[in-house]
Design a protein around this ligand. Structure first.
Ligand code: TYD
Length: 134
């Protein structure tokens, strides 16, 4: 069972007339070593992504552009929704939480930094299996 909660993490922000800059680093802003980064983009209106949990993978999700919601479900069935709409903050999601990305705005870009390489066997795709051990 997960004993950690998702958490919004605010990133350092360097405001500049030339354009702003934010960053995140392993062990400083992000509480896990980053092994992989992937992007979700060109999401058609009304589509959802995710809709599963990970046994091991922890992740940090940022709306690089546009906006979308991340709906997180706990093993006891409780849900929480986080709206991501700026490049200077993101959502940390520990392992063993079910998450789904939804309500993507036009041209939104979702960046996911992950604690693991891609491992199909790490996915829990069956919600009843996810809640089973509660
Ligand atoms: P998937 O994680 O199932 O997408 P979603 O979370 O929206 O359901 O990934 C979709 C496809 O992309 C699937 O065939 C696996 C592949 N994929 C990789 O090859 N590497 C990756 O790092 C990720 C995240 C997915």
């Amino acid at each position: 069972m997960s004993n950690q909660k998702p958490q919004i993490i605010h990133l350092p922000k360097f405001l500049d007339l030339r354009g702003n800059l934010s960053f995140f680093e392993t062990d400083n802003q992000i509480p896990f070593p980053i092994k992989r980064t992937y992007l979700i983009y060109d999401v058609p209106g009304g589509e959802t992504r995710g809709g599963h949990a990970f046994k091991e993978q922890k992740e940090f999700i940022v709306a690089l552009s546009g906006s979308f919601d991340v709906e997180v479900s706990y093993q006891n069935g409780d849900k929480e929704v986080f709206s991501l709409n700026r490049s200077y903050f993101g959502l940390y999601i520990p392992n063993l939480l079910w998450r789904q990305m939804q309500n993507f705005s036009t041209n939104s870009v979702c960046l996911v930094a992950s604690s693991t390489l891609f491992q199909p066997e790490d996915y829990i795709r069956d919600f009843s299996e996810f809640t089973l051990n509660f």
